[in-house]
Each structure stands twice: as structure tokens, then as C-alpha cells.
Design a protein around this ligand. Structure first.
Ligand code: HEC
Ligand code: HEC
Length: 386
């Protein structure tokens, strides 16, 4: 697993309000899919986003679509050719999901459903660049301007939402969110990589040309909030006890298994630990700290159990303040899939913490490979939070 070579061009613009990437990385090389996707998700991409695909890139992307996707999503992207695969042309999907959510769905799939992960890091045939081009191509075909949706949690009455779900959704999405005519709303990977606002937007607005109707005029805003919160509350498993949102560990409880031995990591390139290795050492209950280096709203959506928020935008002093300095292993991860975690580990190593590592596959690879995540508590106040 060599580090991703990245794309061979430099993005000519920088993210606008999006603060998910380290602000100090000028100009950002498209070294990761999500860097690309987040940047492309800048609202006015049609005016000043990434350059349109060249004719060669368009032909390559369309070829890959027909080769890998048309079987289920249909040669014309209308969906429903096989396995109830959703439409890849509805304006609502492209307004709310372009590019980030659509790109993540292609890269990491919805394990347990017919939608596999196509990224090489989870065993698929496509590189980051292939996936980015395919996502861009789908966006160009759909020609719908993306809208900006808030990142944070939708709060609502989960009990009310459970009733709405049973009455109005289960017939298509399955009593346990397992899917049917509709997609699998209980899918752990979908929930980990999909913000609440996207789910709410879909319920409110439906998807043109598909069986998913707009519930705007059928349900009250409180019912829509409730069913969104209910779906989120199922993200550690449909039968998980409720409520299941976790508060971040107290500052003096950052260490997982404080009385145990150190884990044994065979780091690649002196930096990366694989998901399989991290899972093995967590299951063996080894002593370590897990640092979730993403913006804290993403920690809320889903994180590896025991991980503490240590966002990349916190200063070295802020991140270091609560970390053990006694050689305890610290594993950082993000969803970029590595850039934010690498920037934090760089700070920690400069600060003298040598037993530090970055999760190679990022949390998307982690959840897509079937390792567990838990949702976090709303709005924890942590070091470095603006
Ligand atoms: C074997 C059938 C199959 C193939 C092949 C397939 N998909 Fe899918 N895809 C599905 C199904 C089924 C779902 C919905 C899964 C769920 O959540 O229940 C899905 C979901 C998606 C979604 C999420 C859409 C949404 O509404 O959130 C995207 C994007 C997507 N597929 C893109 C692709 C692309 C691009 C390819 C080719 C690289 C591809 N799929 C190949 C079956 C397939
Ligand atoms: C008549 C069947 C049907 C009913 C009833 C229904 N849905 Fe759907 N839903 C679908 C289908 C089909 C899709 C995929 C549409 C597409 O092709 O994009 C979908 C998509 C969605 C998505 C997007 C998921 C994703 O993977 O992107 C959400 C969220 C959703 N539905 C929530 C709900 C909720 C909540 C309810 C009840 C209030 C509901 N749906 C009722 C059929 C249904």
C-alpha cells in the first residue's frame, strides 16, 4: 500500500466556508478523494469550482459508468435496472449530495446491500481519481446546482419519529431499515458518512422520478425532525438501546484501557496503521488514545468508540494539553482519508510525542470494512472548537 500518488494537477481555488481541511495547506494538492470532493462541494462550483472534465476524461468516466454501474443503475442513470438501485439523476440527490455524499457512496459503498465499495482501498477496482471523475461526470450529467446544507445534528423527538417511521416509511425501507423498494436506511456506512441534513432534505423533498415522494406536505416539520433523529439514533444498529448518543470522554479519561499494555503496531512508512491492525489491538484491549481529527460535527455523526475529538484546527498546545506524554500510543484518524490526521500527528511529533500513527483507511474505510462506530453526543465543547 504505497501512499496515494494524488492527482497531477493543483486546485486553482480554495474552499469557501468549508473548514474541514487544514487551512494552512496552500495550494491544496488533490491528494485525496475527499479533498477533491470537499473542494468541489464549494457552493458555486459551476462558476468557480473544478474545471469541467476534458473530452477524454468524460469518455473515460462514461465508459466506467457503463462498465461498473449501468447493470443496476441503468444505462441512462434512471435507476431500478436491478436490485432497486436508486436513480443517479434526480435533482434532489445532486442538490443535496454532490459531490461529497455521492463520492463517498461510490468509494465506500453500502456494505450489506448490493452497493459495493469501488475504491481500491476497500478492495474495489477504482482509484481516487477515477472515482472523482465519475462523480464529476454524474454531476455534469445531472446539471443541478448543489445547495449548502448545515453540518450539525438535526434534533427531534425520537419516539415520535419511531411512530412516523413505522406508519409511513417501513413499508418501503423495511421495519429494521434493511431496505426493500427503498434504500437501507439502517445501513451503518450510509449513516456514518451522511449528515442529518441530507437525510432530512430527502424526506422533505423526495426524489423526482422515483418512488420516494416528498413528505413536505404530508408530515409536520416536527415529524420530519423526529424521523430524522430516529434514523440517526439507529446508527449503531437498529436494535441498539435508545438513546445511544455518547458524550466525549472526560479530559482525564482520554486513555482507552489505561491499565493495559501498549499495542503492537507495525507502521507503514513509519506513520500508518491499518484498520485491521487497529481493530485487532482495540479488541485485545490495549492501552491507547484515539483522536478524531475531523470537525466536531463529524465526530457527532459517527466515531470509533472511545475516540476523543481533537480537531485539526486546534493548535498544538490545545491538542497536546489533554494527551498523555508517557509514550502512550495515539492513533489519529479523519475522513480525508488521511490529510487532517496527518496534520495533527505532525504537530504531535513536533511536540515530542513519537508513538503516534494515522489510520490508513480513514473512518470511511474503517466503517466500509465492517468495523463498528458509534454516534456522538450533540455539540461537545472541546479544545479548539470555534
Ligand atoms: C449490483 C448493483 C449495483 C451496482 C453495480 C452499483 N450500484 Fe450503486 N447502488 C446500488 C444499490 C442497491 C444502492 C442503494 C443501497 C442502499 O443504501 O440500500 C446503491 C446506491 C448508490 C448510491 C447512493 C445513492 C443515494 O440515493 O444515496 C450511489 C451514488 C451509487 N450507488 C453509485 C454507483 C456507481 C457510480 C456505481 C458504479 C461505479 C454503482 N453505484 C454500482 C446498486 C448498485
Ligand atoms: C413508496 C416507497 C417509499 C416510502 C413510503 C418512503 N420511501 Fe424513502 N425512498 C424510497 C426510494 C425508492 C428511495 C430511493 C430513491 C432514489 O432512487 O433516489 C428512497 C430514499 C430515501 C432516502 C435517501 C437515502 C439514501 O440512501 O440516500 C431517505 C433518507 C428516505 N428515503 C427516507 C424516507 C422516510 C423517512 C420515509 C417515511 C417518512 C420514506 N423514506 C418513505 C422509497 C420510499
Amino acid at each position: 500500500m504505497a501512499p496515494d500518488p494524488g492527482l497531477d494537477y493543483v486546485v486553482p481555488w480554495s474552499p469557501k466556508k468549508d473548514d474541514r481541511m487544514p487551512p494552512s495547506a496552500p495550494p491544496l494538492r488533490l491528494a485525496s478523494l475527499v479533498t477533491a470532493l470537499l473542494l468541489a462541494a464549494a457552493p458555486a462550483w459551476a462558476q468557480d469550482g473544478p474545471p469541467p472534465l476534458t473530452p477524454e476524461e468524460t469518455a473515460a468516466a462514461e465508459g466506467r459508468y457503463q462498465q461498473y454501474c449501468a447493470l443496476c443503475h441503468g444505462p441512462d442513470r434512471a435507476g431500478y435496472a436491478n436490485d432497486h438501485a436508486p436513480s443517479l439523476k434526480s435533482p434532489q440527490l445532486f442538490a443535496a449530495g454532490f459531490t461529497y455524499i455521492i463520492g463517498e457512496a461510490i468509494a465506500y459503498g453500502r456494505p450489506g446491500t448490493p452497493m459495493g465499495g469501488y475504491h481500491q482501498e476497500v478492495g474495489g477496482p477504482l482509484s481516487r481519481q477515477d472515482i472523482m471523475q465519475l462523480t464529476m461526470w454524474l454531476g455534469e450529467q445531472a446539471a443541478t446546482a448543489p445547495i449548502e446544507l448545515p453540518d450539525g445534528a438535526v434534533t427531534g423527538d425520537v419516539a415520535l419519529g419511531a411512530k412516523v417511521y413505522a406508519d409511513s416509511c417501513a413499508s418501503c425501507h423495511g421495519a429494521q431499515g434493511e431496505g426493500g423498494t427503498g434504500t437501507a436506511l439502517g445501513n451503518a456506512t450510509m449513516l456514518a458518512l451522511t449528515p442529518d441534513a441530507f437525510i432530512r432534505h430527502t424526506i422533505e423533498n423526495g426524489r423526482d422520478g422515483t418512488p420516494m415522494l416528498a413528505f413536505r406536505s404530508k408530515l409536520s416539520p416536527a415529524q420530519i425532525d423526529g424521523v430524522t433523529a430516529y434514523i440517526r439514533s439507529r446508527s449503531a444498529g437498529w436494535t441498539a438501546p435508545d438513546p445511544i448518543r455518547h458524550a466525549p470522554p472526560a479530559l482525564d479519561a482520554y486513555i482507552i484501557n489505561p491499565d493495559a499494555d501498549a499495542p503492537r503496531f507495525a507502521l507503514k512508512d513509519d506513520l500508518y496503521v491499518s484498520a485491521a491492525e487497529l481493530d485487532r489491538e482495540l479488541k485485545a484491549k490495549k492501552r491507547m488514545v484515539l483522536l478524531d481529527t475531523r470537525v466536531t460535527s463529524m465526530w457527532e455523526r459517527a466515531h470509533i468508540e472511545g475516540a476523543v475529538p481533537g480537531p485539526y484546527y486546534a493548535s498544538r498546545e490545545e491538542v497536546m494539553a489533554n494527551l498523555p506524554k508517557d509514550g502512550t500510543w495515539i492513533v489519529a484518524y479523519c475522513e480525508c482519508p488521511r490529510a487532517a490526521a496527518e496534520s495533527v500527528v505532525r504537530k504531535l511529533r513536533e511536540g515530542g510525542l513519537k508513538n503516534t500513527a494515522v489510520l490508513w483507511e480513514g473512518i470511511q474505510g474503517w466503517v466500509s470494512l465492517g468495523y463498528p462506530v458509534v454516534p456522538g453526543n450533540a455539540a461537545p465543547k472541546v479544545a479548539g472548537q470555534p
